[in-house]
Design a binder for this molecule. Structure first.
Ligand SMILES: Nc1ncnc2c1ncn2[C@@H]1O[C@H](COP(=O)(O)OP(=O)(O)OP(=O)(O)O)[C@@H](O)[C@H]1O
Ligand SMILES: [Mg+2]
Length: 242
């Protein structure tokens, strides 16, 4: 069961006061395979990412990477929160936001080294945002903001990438730019976990899926997860699947 470099979640349970948000989640995430986390609103997708990263307390369970607690290796993780959880009025420019991705790696004092500057420059180019360096992040469109946060995650030189709904409210061109980069990360052997709302055609980008609704409904290869039975159990018949 221990594939080298896999991320293992064992019997994870999370409660908010009396609400059991997640119960008994056990799943293994493979490097090199673009993995989607899907399920209805309130299913616990965001909660799963936050619990893995120690941003909220867990009631029980273990999250291991290379057989060691992930929480002791957070420098290996790049996380882009759901849009609604980011303070877009924060007075920072595009360049500042991407440079913040270097801080955990290098510390504040060395975060502006020539290497960091080069990585920031490259990442902005890769997401097509190099023309916006001095722009305050509050003055960008939703798709531009998503690309800036994607760039920030790229400069972290992480092993594990977690994105919470990076495709919310963006056009197909931006979606393609982002998916191309996610595929590249997976092809480079990274662990790439993406919460995705859309069960439309874009779902075919994912090789593996984790389908949740407070409990784990199914996980593994996309085709084995997207069965009528699993979708019915997760969405209670409220889904129109392409
Ligand atoms: N800080 C919190 N305090 C109390 N309950 C919370 C908190 N955060 C989330 N919840 C509840 O936990 C459940 C799971 O929420 P979560 O945000 O993980 O769902 P989600 O699958 O990410 O949903 P969405 O698709 O809307 O983003 C929901 O019922 C939500 O109301
Ligand atoms: Mg969410």
């Amino acid at each position: 069961m221990n594939g080298v470099g896999s991320l293992e979640i064992h019997n994870l349970g999370v409660a908010y006061l009396r609400l059991e948000a997640l119960t008994g989640i056990s799943v293994q995430v493979q490097p090199g395979r673009l993995t989607g986390i899907i399920g209805p609103n309130g299913a616990g997708k965001t909660t799963l990412l936050k619990a893995m990263l120690g941003l909220i307390g867990i009631r029980e369970g273990l999250v291991l990477y290379h057989d060691q607690p992930l929480q002791k290796q957070l420098e290996l993780v790049a996380y882009v929160p759901q849009r609604s959880q980011i303070d877009w009025t924060y007075p920072a420019t595009v360049w500042d936001v991407v440079m913040m991705g270097r801080v955990r790696k290098t510390g504040w004092f060395r975060s502006f080294s020539p290497t960091s500057r080069r990585l920031v420059q490259e990442a902005l180019g890769r997401v097509g945002m190099d023309g916006y360096k001095d722009r305050p992040i509050g003055q960008l469109s939703g798709g531009q903001q998503q690309r800036v946060f994607l760039a920030r995650s790229l400069v972290q030189e992480a092993d594990i990438f977690c994105f919470d709904e990076p495709f919310g409210g963006i056009d197909w061109k931006t979606e393609k730019i982002i998916f191309d980069i996610l595929h590249e990360l997976a092809a480079a052997g990274k662990i790439v976990l993406v919460v995705n709302h859309d069960l439309g055609e874009s779902i075919t980008n994912f090789e593996d899926l984790i389908l949740l609704n407070r409990k784990l409904i199914a996980a593994g290869k996309r085709k084995n997860v997207l069965t009528d039975n699993h979708l019915y159990r997760a969405y209670r018949g409220k889904v129109v699947f392409l």
